[in-house]
Design a binder for this molecule. Structure first.
Ligand SMILES: Cc1cc2nc3c(=O)[nH]c(=O)nc-3n(C[C@H](O)[C@H](O)[C@H](O)COP(=O)(O)OP(=O)(O)OC[C@H]3O[C@@H](n4cnc5c(N)ncnc54)[C@H](O)[C@@H]3O)c2cc1C
Ligand SMILES: NC(=O)c1ccc[n+]([C@@H]2O[C@H](COP(=O)([O-])OP(=O)(O)OC[C@H]3O[C@@H](n4cnc5c(N)ncnc54)[C@H](O)[C@@H]3O)[C@@H](O)[C@H]2O)c1
Length: 486
């Protein structure tokens, strides 16, 4: 067993780990980054990028099918080649992975260590069985992995997760998706648009990250127009079938128990943090609900006696906001603090922004509806716009969805938003930026709105909110002071 002494050890070379390494490296040369799996990050390899590539193919298929509604007739059959779709996904995915691999290659070889890390004590790590690292400070950036309930294991080799799906050489005929969370909705809808027979089964009623009941209602309706989604499914059995898997469930509308065969079962039932193999009990960390207690501004953990530990936790590993930009931010903050220790600084946390790349897209910005229920003690108002009659959305045949914006009574401050809306990724950015600038709804309304744009729908929602906050005039139906369709 080799012995190595460093100031900072970073466990995990994903988006958070790479950010942490770079930030710590700005303070000291004595850093090591340990990676137990393949380099390339979850985001590039099996997460954000390949999922968006699959969705891009699905959008192309959908546009081709929808073209005739615009008077554009594509003569002959629209043929989707599963092999070509998956070949492009993998080819482009590799391009993104290669970019990450190049950055990893640029890191000095003596700063990189391959192997699975586990804690021997709060300041020593064992890497596989080959190296013991004595580290003055440690950053845990181990990410998360798909997890699923025991009964799904009956699907055997037909059970896949996001770790497997992007390696398919061809598209299957059918997939049963368990979990209408972010992964299940994005991949389920993409597969459905690519001609795969899809059913999505959930428990407890949740759809993606939506907490606003009105947005939830619309989402349920829109997705069900596109594919079968039962967010409170009564699934009775999962068994292996010939070259496939049988799922027995109570059909949502008929109430009949049926057994249906699928080529694959996609488990998208959540991604808990990778803490299990870490022997974290040896690190003397204070734990709550299986997770280390940490400060979200410094990312620093506590010892069991509640003193501060020289251990930091960033990215999906801390389960706070398992999103790429948050992992990068947290990695930088944790690495900076591990490097500058004991001179710990609070890092800048941005306004919350989350996008689900479905059609319509789901997005959250600032505080969510459920945050506001907890924090605002009734002193808030809601404005909304329904996109079914919004001018630009209608022009593009994307006139579906609901945007709800929240503001604070008295101050008129913009608090947050939830939406299922056309091109919500852009609307949500504007809203997150305004939230971070602590703007009032009235100030937001002073900004320019171009005609005819989806942002005019946002303006309608903001005007509605301003009126509800009693800071502006009541809304007029089809007011034409700004052009038709607003
Ligand atoms: C299908 C899918 C789509 C997604 N799409 C989006 C999106 O569109 N936008 C978005 O913002 N987010 C998206 N995400 C989430 C995003 O990918 C993650 O939030 C982000 O990649 C987390 O980065 P990380 O550094 O925390 O983890 P990772 O990138 O997973 O890095 C953790 C690393 O730690 C290593 N490791 C684990 N344990 C050990 C150990 N004991 N010893 C050594 N090494 C270890 C792992 O091998 C891994 O390389 C998506 C996720 C999935 C699954
Ligand atoms: N566009 C994006 O930003 C993006 C895309 C994909 C993933 N992600 C990140 O990855 C994280 C993990 O995504 P995820 O979708 O795996 O998890 P999730 O927590 O978002 O969703 C899991 C879903 O599975 C359901 N579920 C749990 N047990 C079930 C069961 N037995 N049967 C049926 N359904 C069950 C849950 O109710 C929930 O709806 C997300 O929270 C998100 O932060 C982000």
């Amino acid at each position: 067993m080799q012995e190595k002494h460093v100031e900072v050890a970073v466990i995990g070379a994903g988006s958070a780990g790479l950010g942490a390494y770079n930030a710590a490296r700005a303070h000291t040369d004595s850093v090591v980054m340990i990676e137990g799996g393949p380099y390339g990050t979850t985001c590039a390899r099996v997460g954000c990028m390949p999922s968006k590539l699959l969705i891009a193919a699905a959008d192309a298929a959908h546009a081709a099918h929808d073209a005739k509604a615009f008077g554009v007739h594509i003569d002959g059959n629209i043929r989707i080649s599963g092999r070509d779709v998956m070949a492009r996904v993998l080819h482009e995915r590799d391009y993104f992975v290669d970019g990450v691999l190049e950055s990893v290659e640029r890191i000095e070889a003596e700063h990189r260590l391959r192997g699975h890390a586990r804690f021997e004590s709060a300041t020593t790590l064992i890497i596989d069985d080959h190296t013991r690292i004595h580290a003055e400070r440690i950053v845990i950036a181990t990410g998360s992995s798909p997890d699923y309930p025991e009964f799904l294991k009956a699907a055997g080799e037909r059970l896949v997760t996001n770790n497997d799906l992007f390696y398919w050489e061809d598209l299957p005929e059918s997939v049963a998706v368990f979990g209408p969370g972010v992964v299940g909705l994005e991949l389920g809808q993409a597969l459905s648009r690519l001609g795969v027979r899809v059913r999505v089964f959930g428990v407890g009623g949740a759809i993606g990250p939506i907490s606003d009941p009105e947005v939830h209602k619309q989402a349920y309706q829109h997705f069900n127009e596109a594919f079968y989604l039962d967010a409170r499914a009564d699934t009775r059995d999962v068994t292996l079938a010939d070259d496939g898997v049988n799922v027995t469930f109570v059909e949502r509308d008929s109430g009949q128990e049926i057994t249906e065969r699928f080529d694959y079962l996609l488990a998208a039932t959540g991604r808990p943090p990778n803490l299990k193999g870490l022997d974290i009990a040896n690190a003397d960390l204070r734990m709550e609900e299986g997770l280390p207690v940490f400060d979200r501004y410094t990312l620093q953990c506590q010892h069991n006696d509640e003193t501060l530990a020289p251990i930091f936790i960033a990215g999906d590993a801390n389960a706070e906001l398992p999103l790429l930009h948050e992992a990068s931010d947290e990695g930088r903050i944790a690495g900076d603090n591990a490097g500058r220790y004991p001179d710990i600084r609070a890092g800048r946390r941005r306004s919350m922004l989350s996008v689900v790349f479905t059609e319509p897209q789901i997005a959250l910005a600032g505080l969510t509806w459920s945050d506001i229920q907890k924090r605002s003690k009734g002193s808030y108002a809601i404005g909304e716009v329904d996109f079914s009659d919004q001018g630009r959305a209608r022009v593009m045949r994307k006139n579906r969805g609901l945007l709800r914006v929240y503001g604070e009574q008295g101050s008129g401050l913009f608090l947050g938003a939830e939406m299922i809306a056309p091109e919500a990724e852009h609307l949500a950015h504007l809203l997150a930026w305004c939230h971070q600038q602590r703007m009032t709804v009235a100030q937001m309304l002073e900004m320019p709105f171009y005609h005819p744009c989806l942002e005019e729908g946002l303006r309608t929602a903001l005007r509605n909110l301003n009126a509800e906050l009693r800071q502006g005039p009541a809304m007029a139906l089809h007011c034409l002071d700004t052009g038709p369709g607003c």
